[in-house]
Design a protein around this ligand. Structure first.
Ligand SMILES: *[C@@H]1O[C@H](CO)[C@@H](O)[C@H](O)[C@H]1NC(C)=O
Ligand SMILES: *[C@@H]1O[C@H](CO)[C@@H](O)[C@H](O)[C@H]1NC(C)=O
Ligand SMILES: *[C@@H]1O[C@H](CO)[C@@H](O)[C@H](O)[C@H]1NC(C)=O
Length: 306
């Protein structure tokens, strides 16, 4: 069949337009332009900065500007982060996690180069807002992540998991051996951190988080549901106690690790992650932990030029 050249041109134009507008209308989300390995790995720096600051401050009362200031590349200091009132064991665990994040930042920056630390809001008020949104009403008194170990662990439950699912999403799209090697190493430790946090929380799953009339498990379920709502991509985040159909092999209500029907980790795309960490449900609208948005090509592409 002969194709009319002007029809072909029109068709190509439509396809091309479709691709351009498609970048703004996906549901689960892909980067708006072709991202390379460097862009994809640098995207993760946003989350590594967040984790490094939250853990270092929580355990030591000091952040990256004290431990390894050059890694921040001149980015502004975080807002509202402080030492948490932790028991000895929790403090030791969080201190180790904090230093691990420093290693992750150094490894990424050494291998592919970094960017200035984005502005991070780790204030008690920010967490209080997130927790209010999770439970669906205003908690009284406002939730304070730095108040005690259980609150801090619940606040941390919000954090490495998002990095983990991001790495699971990124690895298949990396082209170079060195990139996959780096991200596999990052994924291993992020998932280890998530497992430790969830186990510590699971041990206290049925305790009330005082003074609220809600258990630890209930809080994890509310937080996971909030992340699923913000991510807008179905269930990819599960609390510590689940209906049997979400448990391992449909046989457990305990859900110490969050995973799919084959017990494989869920994966998230950068837009889904931005929707969650911005707390806005939109990769175009910064907020939450990143009042000015993330840095790097992938995150900046969704934001208007400054
Ligand atoms: C990763 O690659 C797959 C297969 O080519 C593609 O469908 C998907 O959109 C890519 N994801 C991202 C986040 O680029
Ligand atoms: C606490 O919650 C339980 C069940 O969720 C409910 O039965 C009980 O009435 C609540 N107590 C208060 C003081 O609100
Ligand atoms: C678990 O239940 C779901 C439906 O809820 C089903 O699709 C899946 O195959 C079941 N898995 C096993 C291992 O039975």
């Amino acid at each position: 069949m002969a194709i009319n050249p002007s029809l072909l041109f029109a068709l190509l134009l439509t396809l091309n337009l479709g691709m351009t507008t498609g970048a703004y209308s996906y549901s689960c989300g892909v980067p708006a332009t072709e991202a390379d390995d460097r862009d994809r790995i640098q995207f993760a720096l946003n989350l590594e900065f967040l984790e490094a600051e939250f853990f270092l401050y929580g355990a030591l009362g000091k952040g990256l500007d004290y431990i390894a200031p050059w890694l921040a590349e001149g980015g502004p200091p975080p807002i509202g982060a402080k030492k948490a009132n932790l028991d000895e064991v929790t403090n030791q665990i969080i201190e180790e996690f904090g230093y691990q994040e420093v290693g992750h930042l150094r490894a990424i920056i050494a291998e592919i180069g970094g960017f200035p630390r984005p502005l991070l809001d780790l204030s008690p008020q920010k967490f209080a807002t997130i927790f209010n949104e999770a439970v669906g009403y205003e908690l009284e008194p406002p939730f304070d992540p730095y108040l005690n170990s259980i609150n801090y662990l619940l606040a941390s439950y919000v954090i490495p998991y998002v990095g983990l699912v991001g790495y699971v999403g990124t690895i298949p799209n990396l082209t170079k051996y060195t990139s996959r090697r780096l991200v596999a190493g990052l994924l291993g430790v992020e998932s280890g951190q998530d497992a430790v946090l969830r186990t510590l929380l699971y041990e206290r799953a049925h305790e009330k988080v005082l003074p609220y009339n809600k258990t630890v498990a209930e809080f994890t379920i509310y937080i996971s549901e909030l992340r699923n709502r913000l991510g807008m991509c179905g269930i990819k985040d599960e609390g510590l106690i689940v209906p049997l159909e979400l448990g391992a092999e449909n046989r457990t209500e305990s859900n110490i690790l969050s995973a799919d029907a084959n017990s494989l980790s869920y994966a998230r795309t950068p837009p889904e992650i931005l929707r969650i960490v911005y707390g806005t449900g939109s990769e175009y609208k910064p907020g939450g932990f990143f009042p000015h948005g993330g840095n790097g090509r992938i995150a900046r592409e969704f934001l208007p030029e400054p």
